[in-house]
Structure formats: structure tokens, C-alpha cells
Design a protein. Sequence first.
Length: 139
Amino acid sequence: MRSLALTLMFLFAAATPAAAQAITVEIAWIMTPPPGASEASAFVTVRASADDRLLGVSCECAVRADLHEMSMNGSAMSMRPLRYGAPVFANAPLTMGPHGIHIMLTGITAPLRQGQFVPLRLTFRDAGIVTANAEVRRR
């Protein structure tokens, strides 16, 4: 009987998830798009208590939200999708910016006005979904 109790305790302990990963979104903003534009760029600064990976983003303001990265290709900037997301390292912020990793919002569904706040849903491999309110502002 005692070995059964110990076995059950071990099984329950193994099935219990580890302590929740702490993700903090310190900054979240969307660059004000030109009038009539169907795309906009969004940026966040994320801190994590343990290594994780930002897998994707969604936003009700756009048909699609994808992670992209800008890089130099010879003498020209080029943009490529981050198909496998972006790593977030413990105690080292992931800081998105206009000339690096960013979120591309495509198919804007309503005008984005300066000063407006728009929720971004960030999906992490371990931490799950974290919502951040992004302010629409000028660069």
C-alpha cells in the first residue's frame, strides 16, 4: 500500500506543470501608418524569467500578424519572415525595432489613429499567450 501511495505521488508530481514562466512586455507600440495604408509595423520589448520563444502574434486590427526581421543584403535592407519565431532569453530583453525584428500587421481592418491602444496577443512556446496593449504612435 505504501509503495502504491509513493507511486501515485510521483505520478502526480511528474504531471504537475513547472512554475509559470514570467513574461513581461515592457513596451508595445504600433507605428502610425500613412492614411489608406493596409499595413503597419508593431514593436514590443519583452523580458522573460527563463528562455522561451515568441512563436506568433495576432491582432484584431489586422487580417494577419507576422514576425519579420530586417537585415542588410549587400547595400540594401531586406525583410524576411521569422518562420520559427524569435528567441527570448532569460534576463536579456527581446527589443523589436524598425530596423530589426518587428511585427508586420497586414490587412488593417480599421484606421489606426495616433493615441489609440490596440491589444496584441503574443504567443510564446512555454509561457502561452500574453496580451499587451500597444499604443499607436509616430516613430
